[in-house]
Ligand binder design. Sequence first.
Ligand SMILES: Nc1ncnc2c1ncn2[C@@H]1O[C@H](COP(=O)(O)OP(=O)(O)OP(=O)(O)O)[C@@H](O)[C@H]1O
Ligand SMILES: [Mg+2]
Length: 438
Amino acid sequence: MDDSPETLELLERNLKSEGYDVFTAAGVSEAIALLDETHADLVITDYKMPKSSGMDLIRYVRENLRNTEVMMITGYATVEGAVEAIKAGAEEYLTKPFTDEELFAAVRTALEKLKLRIAGQDRIPESIKSRYGLLGESDAMRQVYGAIAKAALTPATVLITGQSGTGKELVARAIHYSSKRASAPFVPVNCGGIPESLLESELFGYVKGAFTGAIESRAGFFQTADGGTIFLDEVSETSLAMQVKLLRVLQEKEICMVGSTQPRKVNVRILAATNKDLLGLVKKGSFREDLFYRLNVIEIAIPRLRDRAEDIILLVRHFARKFAAEVEKSEPRFSDKALSILRNYAWPGNVRELENVIHSLVVMTDSDTIDVPDLPDLMRYTGAREDGLHRTLDEVEALHIRNVLASVGGNKTRAAEILGIDRKTLREKMKRLQTGPL
Ligand SMILES: Nc1ncnc2c1ncn2[C@@H]1O[C@H](COP(=O)(O)OP(=O)(O)OP(=O)(O)O)[C@@H](O)[C@H]1O
Ligand SMILES: [Mg+2]
């Protein structure tokens, strides 16, 4: 992209002669519109542009297009310009005037980097998904795999957020088992499931005589997890008093057993999970702000299943195979209609709900093809129930757009064709209805 037609034409001619497919745009918004339509391996942009700067384009590419590299052309060699460009995510830059050879070399380097980057992206997830049972190929899940890989390299505390059944515990396990602590214990603690009066002694242990019935000292979860990882599930369910104690563990890396005033050092990595809006609880005063920030050093937010609908069929097939093997049946087939209903269902209970539904389908269905009548009533009649007559047109429209987008893997051009509108209208509708990312 360049505002000078001569430069633009020159670049186009030169790069075409080298066999590249070249598209040109004379401004940032034109370039963005073009990138919306067409995948580009490399974006070459001028720094100085009439209305908005080339920097805006770089930022757009970095935030929206994972598999596109950026190269910046600067009019004169300003250090600031180059630094700013690289900070914003340009991989390469070229200073005017440049020779054809310099241009080609820079383009080759940028494309080489892109290849390496894409190969790297695929490498990390493979090792994690195959080992820890996390499935899903959607971009959203790939981001989760990337975050797990990063979190595994550090001892930092991680807050895993996501609705019920999205796989928070699986993610916690994946972090532990791909970290250096893998050979030490992983100890999950359901903070919501243990009565408040017991939680402290369960976590920290107690000394003999600490309370009636404490005839012997007993270790708590933190001692059990020594050298390993403790997973504080449903951490929002702890009392404010308990939160103070957890804060102390995080800050001082020591615990006090119940009935003792002697602090003991512990070497435990903490992972925490919640399906609540923890920051909201902080604002309401029911969760300590200082603890929130201590827990939230790294946040891994797991998407709802309906927000990564492209993973549904893959999960259906996986669980069908798994449960069929368990009862020594052959793997059932699903009719197209049944698959389409499964794909469009809202899955409020996320992967856990899907797992349960498929389990019962495999066990209960006698024929080898699962069809619409086999599906739970709730799903077959969702149309009449929760999507029913109290819905506004906007809600119905938003749902339909989301489903169509999901069915074409987020490809807006194809979605617009199916919906019978043009891309611009689709974009406007998505913005207005806030259908959000898939
Ligand atoms: N991405 C995934 N791939 C395969 N299985 C998954 C995935 N996510 C979740 N599951 C399965 O779904 C079930 C629920 O997962 P998990 O217990 O980790 O969820 P959770 O977020 O901790 O739920 P809750 O908030 O209800 O405790 C488990 O049986 C898990 O194996
Ligand atoms: Mg859980």
